[in-house]
Ligand binder design. Structure first.
Ligand SMILES: Nc1ncnc2c1ncn2[C@@H]1O[C@H](COP(=O)(O)OP(=O)(O)O)[C@@H](O)[C@H]1O
Ligand SMILES: [Mg+2]
Length: 235
């Protein structure tokens, strides 16, 4: 699905000051493929991801999925849209500790109304494709960091969202495990033909993606195309 930002601004206000993190940003993400978002800590990458996924609302402007502006939706409608169209993966997995891997992955399907046994079957099949079948009855605390993140990826992908947002998904993993998890994200992106947008600190990982977008102070974005060494200021 095509995701577009139009004239997007985000300001945080507290008692005596206002912080503008994103200022009138206009940008189009490609309809398919992989996008890396890079930029220094505190610049606004997570803020952008939250706006992109409708977890937060902009101060001004629009977040368009196709023709619908999700930032104009009431919070219930936004949550419903998100459940159907967006998969989230965070640095820390946020898996439910009392549930097994397969139960965690089945949950988004059950919440969207699927029967328990069917949801479990689907969740189990996806975990199998991700090499996690032998671990599907383990709880998160019984899994390694890389395995936990695989389960979190399965949970984000099980509903087959058109857009997958990952905010430093490998930030908590060692280099080798990070590369494996990143490769899994890329492989699943090719299989499911969605748009994958990943915030990463690793330039090495960023270079493996179709498009690298760098966030600048004030929330502007610069595109570094993989096949074109040139830079283009676009927002
Ligand atoms: N809920 C919030 N309230 C106030 N300021 C915030 C909030 N969330 C983030 N910020 C500030 O916005 C800026 C961007 O933060 P963030 O989007 O988390 O950056 P990044 O993910 O690039 O490290 C930072 O200065 C941060 O302190
Ligand atoms: Mg962040």
């Amino acid at each position: 699905m095509r995701v577009e930002l139009k004239n997007l601004s985000k300001r945080y206000k507290d008692a005596d000051r206002e912080l503008t993190v994103i200022n009138r940003l206009t940008f189009s993400f490609p309809e398919r493929g992989t996008v890396a978002i890079i930029g220094r800590s505190g610049i606004g990458k997570s803020t952008l991801m939250h706006l992109l996924g409708g977890l937060d609302t902009p101060s001004e402007g629009q977040v368009l999925y196709g023709d619908s502006d999700i930032s104009a939706l009431e919070s219930d409608a936004r949550a419903a849209f998100r459940a159907k169209n967006v998969g989230f993966i965070f640095q820390f997995h946020h898996l439910l500790p009392e549930f097994s891997a397969v139960e965690n992955v089945a949950l988004p399907l059950i919440m969207s109304g699927m029967r328990d046994d069917e949801a479990h079957e689907r969740a189990s099949a996806l975990l199998d494709r991700m090499g996690m079948k032998p671990r599907e009855d383990h709880r998160p605390s019984q899994l390694s960091g890389g395995e936990q993140q695989r389960v979190a990826i399965a949970r984000a992908l099980v509903t087959r969202p058109r857009v997958v947002l990952a905010d430093e998904p490998t930030g908590n993993l060692d280099v080798v495990t990070a590369a494996e998890v990143q490769e899994l994200l890329m492989q699943m992106n090719r299989e499911l033909e969605n748009t994958l947008i990943v915030v990463t600190h690793s330039h090495e990982l960023a270079r493996t993606m179709d498009l690298v977008v760098e966030m600048l102070p004030g929330g502007g974005l610069i595109e570094h195309r993989a096949k074109n060494a040139g830079r283009e200021e676009i927002g």
